[in-house]
Design a protein around this ligand. Structure first.
Ligand code: GLN
Length: 484
């Protein structure tokens, strides 16, 4: 049951061969059995999930059920969920129960899907390994001594182990794509503005974007149909028609022009990851695509630019966590300053503090021009590189992450090594472009990903490319043995 696609599950429900309550119980049982090992969920919402499932079953009786009605899913714990703890994996918000639903949560609920629970993540989405969570690290279902990637590591592990058919994630510098790559999933970070950020706790507002983490491209397309669209409550969401992302999945790839940036194949790239990407590229040639070497000459600036922009924005966004407006409040303060200082010292973990300090520094009067302003200029150069490339090619391909999943603890004492895990994903966030990771084979038993980057609002094309590839390969169907 747990290995079926959303379309297959939907058919079973519509034919009356199963009920949403039955399906929901099945996945809740799986979570019960496996979550202690994986730590993928922070909160499991058994009672409300079963109530939502019962309501979905009523819709089947009344013949008002839609395509996704009654299908279980999970939300990354960064999305506000009314009446349910929304922790962002931080001690700061350990006891925060959101008073309203994020737009994404609202839309998915309106489609009739059932929320199983909230998934673990790096604290405030800062990390590439899910080791910064207040609730402890998530384990990779492919090898539980290894990280699932981050920051959407809980969603990735949950879908990979089929504890849920699909989940949401967010991606500020790679947090949907990198864990998708490390856990063998199909993950899509849409164009900035495609999906509302309302109620999605902000890390770096100009970079954050939500998206689906799925077992295959068709499932991701179905989820995109529900998640996308303009929201007047988010002034950065774009008022632009949402296509039916499933309608073009089978389009031919004849004549597709694929660009391979030479900067994505240099030093630091694991040879087996590179070889798998090359094999995938040959499959696209067989499907009618042409390949061209291109250059994104400012790629080497991406990581350092990101680690100025993202901390700057997070230092501002997290200022509301002061123990008064939001967040953990220290006990028995001597005065207001003591209250602020101790609440924040106690509430935030080390990585979050590091970023707030960097952010405050680069925005300070004496250093603003040297760091923040410079980073904004670099951001423009990176973005221009892509626009130049898209005059010659339709999409860009390369590896998602430089290596397969690393061992727990391997990079925790070296923030810079950790930051390099996102070397190929960060530039798309800086440019606001859509990017996708799809399963592309294994290296010593661990999954590797292929990244596909498109021009603005080209999500339908990315999903089409991924779907065609998944019709001629079966990497995406591989499931970690211990959870089959
Ligand atoms: N790993 C990157 C970081 O630590 C990206 C995180 C994300 O996309 N949320 O900031």
């Amino acid at each position: 049951m747990q290995n079926k696609t959303l379309t297959e599950l939907s058919e079973l429900l519509h034919k009356g061969e199963t009920t949403s309550v039955e399906l929901t119980r099945h996945f809740l049982d799986r979570i019960n059995t496996h979550n202690t090992q994986l730590n993928a969920f922070i909160s499991v919402c058994e009672v409300s999930a079963l109530a939502q499932a019962a309501a979905a079953d009523k819709q089947f009786e009344n013949k008002t059920a839609g395509k996704l009605t009654g299908i279980p899913m999970a939300h990354k714990d960064i999305f506000c969920t009314k009446g349910v703890r929304t922790s962002c994996a931080s001690k700061m918000l350990d006891r925060f129960v959101a008073p309203y639903d994020a737009t994404v949560v609202e839309k998915i609920a309106a489609s009739g899907m059932v929320m199983l629970g909230k998934t673990n993540m790096d604290e405030f989405a800062m990390g590439s390994s899910n080791e910064t969570s207040f609730y402890g690290p998530v384990k990779n279902p492919w090898d539980t001594d290894r990280v699932p990637g981050g920051s959407s590591g809980g969603s990735a592990a949950a879908v990979a182990a089929r504890l849920t058919p699909i989940a949401t994630g967010t991606d500020t510098g790679g947090s949907i794509r990198q864990p998708s790559s490390l856990c063998n999933l199909t993950g899509l970070k849409p164009t900035y503005g495609r999906i509302s950020r309302y109620g999605m706790i902000a890390f770096a507002s100009s970079l954050d974007q939500a998206g689906p983490m799925a077992a295959n491209a068709e499932d991701a397309a179905l989820m995109m149909n529900v998640m996308s669209g303009f929201d007047e409550r988010d002034s950065t969401s774009v008022d632009r028609e949402v296509p039916d992302y499933t309608a073009t999945l089978n389009n031919s790839l004849e004549g597709l022009r694929i660009g391979l940036p030479k900067e994505f194949f240099g030093e630091g790239l694991d040879p087996q990851v590179a070889a798998n990407v090359e094999t995938a590229i040959r499959a696209f040639e067989k499907l009618g695509a042409s390949i061209k070497q291109i250059s994104l000459p400012n790629s080497h600036l991406a990581v350092s630019t990101y680690y100025v922009v993202a901390p700057a924005e997070c230092s501002s966004n997290l200022s509301r966590m002061d123990g008064v407006r939001f967040g953990h409040r220290a006990e028995n303060p001597t005065d207001l300053l003591d209250l602020y200082q101790r609440s924040r010292s106690e509430g935030f973990g080390a990585e979050v503090k590091r970023r707030i300090m960097i952010g405050t520094y680069v925005l300070s009067a004496g250093y603003y021009d040297a760091y923040y302003l410079k980073a904004q200029q670099c951001r423009r150069l990176i973005s221009n590189d892509f626009q130049r490339a898209f005059q010659e090619v339709d999409v860009i391909m390369g590896p998602t992450a430089p290596t397969t999943a690393f061992r727990l603890g391997e990079k925790t004492n070296d923030p810079v090594a950790m930051y390099l895990a996102d070397i190929y994903t960060i530039s798309t966030n800086l440019a606001g472009l859509p990017g996708m990771s799809i399963p592309a084979g294994f290296a010593e038993g661990l999954p590797t990903g292929l990244q596909i980057i498109g021009n603005y609002f080209d999500e339908a094309r990315l999903l089409n490319i991924a779907h065609r590839y998944q019709q001629v390969t079966d990497w995406h169907k591989q499931i970690p043995r211990a959870f089959a």
